[in-house]
Design a protein around this ligand. Structure first.
Ligand code: SAM
Length: 273
């Protein structure tokens, strides 16, 4: 949709974009086409779109996919979409909060489904964490550039944290393209990036207890300026920790941001004993 088409639909429906729902509509055809190309959609694919908005991406997805399931939280937008998408039998608009919706209610086989979306910035991180829990064949999402950088960060970098490690465990991540604010209406105050997350068939580490590993990771990043020893001592006795960190070859004065996923897997296995 061009900026003037988007404006026309907004005026016709008396609609004003809501900042709190991250309503920045994509109005740049080249970026829409880049997302579509990256998603490499086949006629048998089921696409889950979160936040269809005015339907700019939805329409292009529907032209290629077998089925598009579009979850929109805003009732007014869902109504507009039901009208404007009524010519597309393969589009289903679901009025719901994507964070609360049970994806299993509409998708049977996740390995044949792709998630493609321009995510609302306010909830992009929890939505990505949720998408990663399912076995989607691919996840192509637009996020705030800073979130993309957190996902792709390396140990020691300032953006490195729980999101980096969760994404690294579940998927291979890459940048598809960067997107400046002038590609949206209204313009956001931040830059964006489209990323591709391809779920891994084999995980990079095999901790004895995955949940414990992620809970250790969250604890290690709970206070970023504290040492690993001090963060973890909220849950384990300091003397035991000193011994365990030594066995794992980790300096007790180091910080969580220096540890790789492999280090956290080793550490959580040792903590479990
Ligand atoms: N896909 C459209 C586009 O590219 O122009 C709109 C993208 S806009 C950045 C984000 C959309 O997500 C908005 O339509 C907003 O109402 C919707 N949204 C925000 N929070 C949501 C949630 N928790 N669940 C589902 N949709 C949500």
């Amino acid at each position: 949709m061009t900026p003037s088409e988007t404006k026309r639909v907004m005026v016709e429906n008396g609609f004003t974009a809501k900042k709190r729902l991250g309503q920045n509509f994509l109005v740049d055809e080249r970026i829409l086409d880049k997302i579509i190309k990256a998603a490499d959609i086949g006629a048998n694919d089921t696409i889950l779109e979160i936040g269809p908005g005015m339907g700019a991406l939805t329409r292009k997805l529907a032209e290629r996919a077998g089925q598009v399931l579009a979850i929109e939280i805003d009732g007014t937008l869902a109504e507009i979409l039901e009208k404007t998408m009524s010519d597309r039998e393969n589009v289903k608009i679901i009025r719901a909060d994507a964070l609360k919706a049970d994806f299993r209610e509409f998708i049977q086989d996740f390995t044949r489904a792709k998630a493609v979306a321009n995510l609302p910035y306010c909830v992009a991180t929890p939505i990505i964490m949720k998408l990663l829990e399912f076995n989607f064949r691919e996840i192509i999402v637009m996020v705030q550039k800073e979130v993309a950088e957190r996902i792709l960060a390396s140990p020691g970098e300032k953006n490195y944290g729980s999101l980096t490690l969760a994404a690294r465990y579940e998927a291979n991540a890459e940048i598809v393209t960067y997107v400046p604010p002038n590609c949206f209406m209204p313009r956001p105050n931040v830059n964006s990036a489209v990323i591709r997350l391809s779920p891994r068939l084999e995980k990079p580490v095999s901790p004895k207890n995955k949940d414990l590993m992620f809970s250790v990771i969250r604890t290690a990043f709970s206070t970023r300026r504290k040492t690993l020893l001090n963060c973890l001592s909220r849950r384990w006795p300091k003397d035991d920790l000193r011994e365990i960190l030594k066995i794992c070859g980790l300096d007790e004065n180091t910080r969580g941001e220096r540890l790789s996923l492999e280090d956290f897997a080793r550490l959580s296995d040792a903590l479990k004993i």
